[in-house]
Design a protein around this ligand. Sequence first.
Ligand SMILES: [Zn+2]
Ligand SMILES: [Zn+2]
Length: 346
Amino acid sequence: MKAILYEAFSAPPKLVSLPDPTPEPHGVVVEVRATGVCRSDWHGWVGHDTDIELPHVPGHELAGVIAAVGRDVTRWRVGDRVTVPFVGGCGHCPECHAGHQQVCDNQFQPGFTHWGSFAQFVSIHRADLNLVALPETLDFATAASLGCRFVTSFRAVVDQGRVSAGQWLAVHGCGGVGLSAIMIAVASGARVVAVDISEAALGLARELGAEAVINAGEVEDVAGAVREITGGGAHVSLDALGAVSTCVNSINSLRKRGRHIQVGLMAGDHSFPPVPMGRVISHELEIYGSHGMQAHRYGAMLEMILAGRLSPEKLVGRQISLEQSIEALMGMDRFEGVGVTVVTEF
Ligand SMILES: [Zn+2]
Ligand SMILES: [Zn+2]
């Protein structure tokens, strides 16, 4: 098979020919039809992810068709159209037994713990637990674009944030995660105030239904502005970027007993934000993380897509070839362009 491989961190990946994978007894091999390019792939490539062993094939936002099935798999057949969460469960640990595969003790992460989907084929473990069937009407590029940013936002807004109709959601950072969160919150009946430093991103936020926008580059006190617009603070606030300023602004923009959801990854200099714990105590704030979404929750999201309430295809950006993914991956440290870049030509 053709695949993108790197042999050292930060060294340019290469398009190479590798043996086709064979399925684990409990797994399948998926012929990849689309795979998203994500900032997490860039973090892995430069060496920020200790799960990665070299040489490595990246890629974790995939959709495709089952090409081979292991002998112990009962739910899937060759030819089924599928996608997979970026965190797969083992099926044996207490978290998996409780239905929380997204925080499994022995995670399977294609493109991190194992070779990923920047390839014609990818091996997926524990298929009965981890695969998600794709509706016929959902194209592969859109399905792949759900893989990481969209499902994480869905879990952050719906499951962790528990945003209900009429409540205010503040979204700090309007890249792929933030725009997905706005779409999902608006579909849930929430009112959204969006924060970013880019007028283009704020324009998109408005198009997706944000009622108010704040340009953080022009406003001194962002959290104060959110509290003013929302009449006392947001019920739920997301740091969708992953930076000290957006994290702290998000917590400070909450009303009493509000809920902060950390979605953006906090890496490097941003690893230890000065969280205002005094305010967390006196206002009884809740602080949550959100880490992907388990396969059994995809149904709720797919139903909203099929019903026309969510339109993730609006967030699909450039469609590129496997070879072009090398340059796209190496450039992901720059602020992402509008929309998810998806490899659709293998
Ligand atoms: Zn597990
Ligand atoms: Zn991703």
